[in-house]
Design a protein around this ligand. Structure first.
Ligand SMILES: [Zn+2]
Ligand SMILES: [Zn+2]
Length: 305
């Protein structure tokens, strides 16, 4: 299984000299296997360049099929979608997976993204066949020879984490999420930061515990865990209700799960390359038994045997 990072940034694309090395595009990860269909996780602005590359092959001829797993539909995870060239090529097939909402169908979510006056081409004009698959909590399914599992995360309006297993390799993608101790984030916008250390309502605490256990199970023994580490501990203390984690939280999950490698991901738009270097160096030093890397645009990893 090969995993390639096309966008590693959180919230908003940040091109420029300070972010050139790790990359300024928002979330997009490609997973390829020898005999399975192509999988793309999230459609942040990183997907634009992936789309251009795909157009040189079968997708340019209208013979491509890809499965898009969407963590959630916040802008930074879907904003590259209208610029994904293979969508405008007749004959291509796409399957888009995301969490089932109570109110709107997934197709309507994507349709509204390009409604007038926000974009010139309405979604119904795309030439490829696009099918939507809404996922319920804890769904498990197969995409060809690849086994997929998912679980929910602690994020405003909920995000989902995915695990892909293929032959003897496994990768988990867990963004966006807050840690599971200070605040339960669901279908509401929390205006003010909760007081850290204050006891939670027992029902909330129990929900968070279950969510965390389920995420640990999802990541169990994984070869690679790609995890939301947007915050430094200090930033987290200021914005615990924004739904993002620090490397410490990712390490805690990876340790509990016995995962082999952690990729720091969803870097803060504020974070310059040099800062990512020093964050990485620090966590490598204090966490010797876990292989830690910082996801960077263009980097491809071989996962499993
Ligand atoms: Zn995000
Ligand atoms: Zn989000």
């Amino acid at each position: 299984m090969r995993v390639k990072f096309w966008g590693v940034r959180g919230s908003i694309p940040v091109p420029g000299r300070q972010t050139n090395r790790y990359g300024g595009n928002t979330s997009c990860v490609e997973v390829r296997t020898e005999d399975g269909p192509r999988i793309i996780i999230d459609a942040g602005t990183g997907i634009r360049r992936l789309g251009k590359e795909l157009m040189h092959g079968e997708f340019g001829r209208g013979e491509g099929t890809a499965h898009l797993l969407i963590s959630h539909t916040h802008w930074d995870h879907i904003q590259g979608m209208p610029f994904f060239a293979p969508l405008y090529q007749k004959g291509n097939h796409f399957y888009v997976y995301a969490r089932q909402r109570d109110d709107v169908h997934l197709r309507a979510v994507f349709q509204s993204q390009t409604e007038d006056p926000y974009f010139p081409v309405p979604f119904d004009e795309v030439k490829a066949e696009v099918a939507f698959r809404e996922l319920i909590e804890g769904a498990r399914f197969e995409i060809g020879p690849i086994k997929v599992a998912c679980t929910r995360l602690n994020h405003p309006w909920i995000a989902i984490a995915y695990r892909l297993d293929y032959q003897h390799g496994s990768v988990c993608y867990a963004t966006d999420t807050a840690p599971f101790r200070d605040v339960l984030l669901e279908n509401e916008f929390i205006r003010e930061a909760p007081r850290l250390g204050a006891p939670l309502a027992p029902a909330d605490a129990q929900k968070l515990r279950k969510m965390q256990e389920s995420l640990v199970r999802l990541c169990e023994g994984a070869d690679l865990v790609i995890y939301d580490t947007m915050f430094t501990p200090e930033e987290y203390r200021r914005q615990p209700h924004w739904g993002h984690s620090c490397p410490d939280d990712a390490i805690e999950i990876c340790r509990a799960a016995g995962a082999k490698q952690l990729a720091l991901f969803h870097h803060s738009p504020e974070r310059a390359d040099d800062e990512i270097d020093s964050i990485l160096a620090h966590y490598r030093k204090v966490t010797p038994r876990l292989d830690i890397m910082a996801a960077a645009e263009g980097v491809e990893l071989k996962v499993g045997r």
